[in-house]
Design a protein around this ligand. Structure first.
Ligand code: PEP
Length: 248
C-alpha cells in the first residue's frame, strides 16, 4: 500500500513573506513524517516555492492549469510552464473553479489530459452539492464527473490522483462522516477498477473541512488514501499534526 498523500491547498492566500514563514515552520517540523506531502500554491508564487522546497520532502503543486497547450489565452498558465517550475501535482476541477469559473466536466477532463501529457499528476476533484446530496444524487454526480476524465484519458487514468470533495463540506466546517466518505470513495474505486487494471495505483483523497481533530478517523477508512486540505493547511501546527497522523 502506498504511503498516504496529504496535500495543502492554499487557495488565494499568501504573500512572499507569509509563504516563507509558513513553509519554514512546516518544513522545520517534518521530522518523523513519512507520508507523501505537497502544497498547491497560487501560480505567482510557484517560483518562490520551487526554491524554498528544493531538497525537501514536500512536493510543489499548482491549483489550476489551462486546458490549452499554448497560444492566445491571455492570463492562462500551461502545463508545460508548470513543469518548467518543477510542479509535481496540479489540482483540476476544484469545486470553486467549477462554480465560479463555469468549468464543465469536459474542460476538467482536458485539463487533466494537459497535466498528464506534461508529466504532472492531476488531482482531479469531484463532489456533490448539498442539494444534490439531499436529492439522492451523490453517486450519479461523482460518477458523471469521473467518467468524463476516464473517457478523455484512457489507460493513463491510473496516473491521476482523485479527490472526493463534497461541495457542502468545503470551507464550511461541515465534514463528511468517515462512513459517508468511505461510501463514496468505494464507489469511485469501483468505477476506476472497471476502467483500468491498475486502479489500486490511484490515491483517492478526501477533502472538505479536514482538520487536526477529524483527520485520523477519515484516514482510517479503507479507501481514503489521504487528504486535500484547505483552511487547516494555512496553520503550520495543524498541517503538521495531520501529516503526522497520516504517517502512522
Ligand atoms: C479545499 O479547498 O480543497 C478544501 C478542502 O478546503 P477546506 O479544507 O477549507 O474545506
Amino acid at each position: 500500500m502506498a504511503a498516504k498523500l496529504m496535500v495543502g491547498n492554499w487557495k488565494m492566500n499568501g504573500s512572499l513573506a507569509a509563504n516563507a514563514s509558513l513553509l519554514s515552520e512546516v518544513l522545520g517540523g517534518m521530522g518523523g513524517v513519512t507520508c507523501r506531502a505537497a502544497v498547491c500554491v497560487p501560480s505567482v508564487y510557484l517560483a518562490q516555492m520551487q526554491s524554498l522546497l528544493a531538497g525537501s520532502a514536500m512536493a510543489l503543486g499548482a491549483q489550476d492549469v489551462s486546458a490549452h497547450e499554448d497560444g492566445a489565452y491571455t492570463g492562462e498558465v500551461s502545463a508545460t510552464m508548470l513543469r518548467d517550475l518543477a510542479v509535481r501535482y496540479c489540482i483540476v476541477g476544484h469545486s470553486e473553479r467549477r462554480q465560479h469559473h463555469g468549468e464543465s466536466d469536459l474542460v476538467v477532463a482536458s485539463k487533466a489530459q494537459r497535466a498528464l501529457a506534461a508529466g504532472i499528476t492531476p488531482i482531479v476533484c469531484v463532489g456533490e452539492s448539498l442539494a444534490e446530496r439531499e436529492a439522492g444524487q451523490t453517486e450519479v454526480v461523482v460518477k458523471r464527473q469521473l467518467a468524463a476524465v476516464i473517457h478523455a484519458n484512457g489507460h493513463c487514468i491510473s496516473e491521476i490522483v482523485l479527490a472526493y470533495e463534497p461541495v457542502w463540506a468545503i470551507g464550511t466546517g461541515l465534514t463528511a462522516t468517515p462512513a459517508q466518505a468511505q461510501q463514496v470513495h468505494a464507489v469511485l474505486r469501483a468505477q476506476l477498477q472497471a476502467a483500468t487494471a491498475h486502479a489500486e495505483r490511484v490515491s483517492i483523497l478526501y477533502g472538505g473541512s479536514m482538520n487536526a481533530a477529524n483527520a485520523a478517523d477519515l484516514l482510517a477508512q479503507n479507501d481514503v488514501d489521504g487528504g486535500l486540505i484547505g483552511g487547516a493547511a494555512l496553520k503550520a501546527p495543524d498541517f503538521l499534526s495531520m501529516l503526522k497522523t497520516a504517517s502512522r
